[in-house]
Ligand binder design. Structure first.
Ligand code: FAD
Length: 468
């Protein structure tokens, strides 16, 4: 698909064969009114693949910006939305999964958005067709990919939760967090060393620090922290790099927080394998040469994996990079398949800088929301036959909870040198994160995209979703 505007799709799900547009009389039944036939003839089917932090707001914003006659459908392999940033709390039983989940179909229906709770097996981009796990296919005029990551536990022997054949815990998915919590309850009965962090190629470092501090807080509350030596293992060149080359004094503040909490760290670390209760780590020097081997015993471990693109899109020539992330231009659109857009963690973003051990750039919530808003505007432009003009700012804004306190950072733009490079610690961050969780879940339940007060607060802080 190389043209500006795709051929309009039949939007009913059908059982097999490529996407073909049947005659209008078939599609819309008996046509008695020419005007309505013309309207239906021009209607577009916009499909959003994935219903996470990117996909859900995408559906609501698209519904708001699409024309009345257009149809918006969400496809997800999970009928429930879960608020990923709260997974660390689920893993220590400060939240249950019910607290952070909602039924996708019910919420979308209120806004007139269709929902197909079936996973995508394969995208047939040249045919404008999405093949689903149940053998059916869905045709689209525009597709927004928002599948988040595939968790690459398989790249390190023994990494990942038991269900993936590994010996470490994960907080990336609520299913994992629920399992991690069960293991945590056993661990606190018989505490021992903890190894926590993020492996080589990971791009999501905030949650690793967050979970280390949350575990520390939970253990202190239980008065067993003294029985738990903790080691933070990370591919970052220094504590507080965060895949962003640092933000403000993130190095100083995070090192100090780790020292205060008696958490040791190993940076430039490659995790080479994990055995039950033992992690093997090679520490590298600044040139990236192996410097020291570590064998780290643990009674409990959580390591963030590297991410890849999901199988449904992996290896599609011109659509994805070698790791399966979606290639996009400045308008969130794939340069080869120009009716395909992408938002969220599935998007290909180069690392902010070269590091001795590979690190990726994080894709944080507000950055994802800016991608969503830009995509909705650009699809509307395409529907109107206009030039695409809206670019996301991709500003990194993040709140990381430490249990009783927390850190916040703002990096505008994401790649240094920056106009705003701000990092702060305080109890207010913990309160703000709790408040944000409730606010976001309410927003997703009701389908409100960006209430006025959110816009006002962010604008007052100089944080914009779209480039001027
Ligand atoms: P996801 O939220 O993972 O959504 C992906 C969706 O795609 C899901 O609905 C999934 O079911 C669906 N899907 C996947 N494959 C298929 C398929 N084949 N067919 C159909 N559907 C499919 N960022 C912040 O700004 N602040 C934070 O505090 C924060 N905390 C985080 C904590 C953790 C533990 C992690 C891992 C990340 C955190 N992030 C945070 C980063 C980022 O905001 C989240 O990863 C966010 O969930 C990414 O949104 P997404 O829509 O790209 O992916």
């Amino acid at each position: 698909m190389d043209g500006a505007r795709p051929k309009l799709a039949q939007y009913t799900v059908y059982t097999d064969g490529p996407a073909m547009r049947p005659p209008a009389a078939f599609r819309f039944g008996t046509i008695t009114n020419r005007a309505s036939a013309r309207r239906e003839e021009s209607m577009a089917h916009i499909v959003i693949l994935g219903a996470g932090l990117g996909g859900m707001p995408m559906a609501y914003e698209m519904r708001e910006l699409a024309r009345k006659e257009d149809k918006v459908t969400v496809v997800s392999n999970n009928p429930r939305f879960h608020f990923v940033p709260s997974n660390p709390w689920v893993a220590v039983n400060w939240r249950t999964r019910e607290n952070i989940e909602l039924d996708i179909g019910t919420s979308l229906k209120r806004k007139g958005i269709d929902f197909i709770p079936v996973g995508a097996k394969r995208l047939h981009a040249a045919e404008n067709r999405l093949e689903l796990d149940n053998g059916s296919s869905i045709a689209y005029d525009y597709l927004v990919i928002a599948t988040g990551p595939k968790l690459a536990f398989d790249e390190i022997p023994g990494l990942g939760p038991a269900a993936a054949g590994g010996h470490t815990q994960s907080i990336c998915h609520v299913d994992h967090a629920v399992e991690a919590e069960k293991v945590w309850q056993e661990f606190v009965k018989n505490p021992g060393p903890i190894v926590v962090g993020a492996v080589q190629g990971a791009s999501c470092y905030g949650p690793a620090y967050e979970f280390a501090m949350i575990m520390d807080t939970d253990l202190r509350r239980r008065k067993i922290r003294n029985k738990v030596p903790m080691t933070f293992v990370t591919a970052e060149p220094y504590v507080g790099h965060l895949g962003l080359g640092g933000v403000g004094d993130s190095k100083g503040l995070l090192e100090s927080a780790m020292r205060e909490r008696h958490i040791k760290w190993i940076c430039n670390a490659k995790t080479t394998r994990v055995e039950p209760g033992k992690m093997f780590v090679t520490e590298h020097d600044e040139e990236g040469k192996p410097k020291k081997e570590h064998e780290l015993p643990f009674s409990y471990s959580m390591m963030l994996p590297a991410f890849k693109g999901v199988d449904a899109v992996f290896g599609i020539e011109g659509l994805t990079n070698p790791r399966g992330f979606i290639l996009i231009d400045e308008f969130q659109r794939n340069p080869k398949f120009r009716n395909i857009y992408a938002v969220g963690v599935c998007v290909a973003i180069p690392p902010v800088e070269v590091t001795p051990v590979p690190t990726g750039a994080p894709k944080t919530g507000y950055m994802i929301e800016s991608m969503v808003t830009a995509t909705a505007h650009n699809i509307r432009s395409a529907l109107d036959g206009a030039e695409l003009a809206t670019r996301a700012t991709w500003n990194a804004v993040c709140l990381a909870d430490f249990g009783d306190t927390g850190v916040a950072f703002v990096a505008l733009p994401q790649i240094p040198p920056r106009n705003v490079n701000w990092f702060a610690e305080g109890k207010w961050v913990h309160m703000a994160k709790v408040g944000f969780e409730k606010y976001f879940l309410r927003k997703m339940k009701s389908g409100t995209t960006e209430p006025l007060f959110e816009k006002l607060v962010m604008n007052a802080l100089g944080i914009m979703k779209l480039k001027k």
